[in-house]
Design a protein around this ligand. Structure first.
Ligand code: 5GP
Length: 242
């Protein structure tokens, strides 16, 4: 059977099989706190994290197969040409990509799967799987983002400068996402709860309001507050760069 077709049909399967998991794409500039928020999210409910492949060198404390699969460039490109990647991108001088097989398996088992990926890869996923939930996470403004990235102390000044430049371009893509979650200082639990509400709401989207449980009804209201419209994206960008 052609794996490619299976995946391309995931969205259709999603509509007829309520046991299918949700594909959740989470993007946000470096320093937006994705890692910390995801830890909080995984305390709230069972989610599966898609471990990406990358050619960048591991940072202190990162573990093979947990944070990333760290590959040599040739091995990475071999996987791309054999169709083992759902998407991939060159970002800040390294390759990053989502491995097809584990994602497919986890979705079929009914798990909600989180892809923590940058904007270009995210938009490619949305094109292939229109049913994927697209969430953008960011600190409230650009100066807060720069401060966090500098204080994190994991990158050299040159890399920080490069990542801040990328961040500017990424944030402008916010309107292409379905939801915007602001990660306020020390409010990671709140951001995680918002993401959980969004996923649960999207999973129960086809249920008639009158047969919705009280819990889902409350979650839908929270999700609605994070929904992106052209107007809210415009307002957000004005504040972000002011
Ligand atoms: P970092 O080097 O800080 O771990 O990641 C750099 C950027 O690459 C982050 O924005 C992260 O979300 C993104 N990224 C990680 N894995 C993937 C992937 O598989 N595909 C894409 N497109 N981006 C990824």
């Amino acid at each position: 059977m052609n794996t490619n077709n299976n995946l391309d049909n995931i969205d259709n399967i999603d509509n007829i099989n309520e046991n299918m998991g949700k594909l959740v794409v989470l993007s946000g500039p470096a320093g937006s706190g994705k890692g910390t928020v995801l830890k909080e999210l995984f305390n709230l409910a069972e989610y599966k994290y898609s471990v990406s492949a990358t050619t960048r060198t591991p940072r202190d404390g990162e573990t093979e197969g947990v944070d990333y699969y760290f590959l040599q460039k040739e091995d990475f490109l071999r996987k791309v040409s054999s169709g083992d990647m759902l998407e991939y991108v060159e970002y800040s001088g390294n390759y990053y990509g989502t491995l097809r097989d584990p994602v497919e398996r986890m979705l079929r088992k009914g798990y909600n799967v989180i892809l923590e990926i940058e904007v270009i890869g995210a938009l490619n996923i949305k094109e292939k799987f229109p049913g994927a939930v697209m969430i953008f996470l960011t600190p409230p403004n650009y100066s807060e983002l720069s401060e966090r990235l500098i204080n994190r102390g994991t990158e050299t000044d040159e890399i920080i400068a490069r990542r801040l430049e990328i961040a500017k371009k990424e944030v402008v893509c916010v309107e292409k996402y379905d939801y915007l979650v602001i990660n306020e200082n020390n409010m990671q639990k709140r951001a995680a709860f918002n993401i959980h509400c969004i996923v649960e709401t999207e999973k129960h989207k086809n249920i008639q309001p009158k047969s919705m449980s009280r819990e889902i009804e409350i979650m839908s209201k929270t999700a609605e507050e994070n929904k992106i419209t052209l107007k809210s994206a415009e307002d957000f960008l004005n504040i972000y760069f002011s």
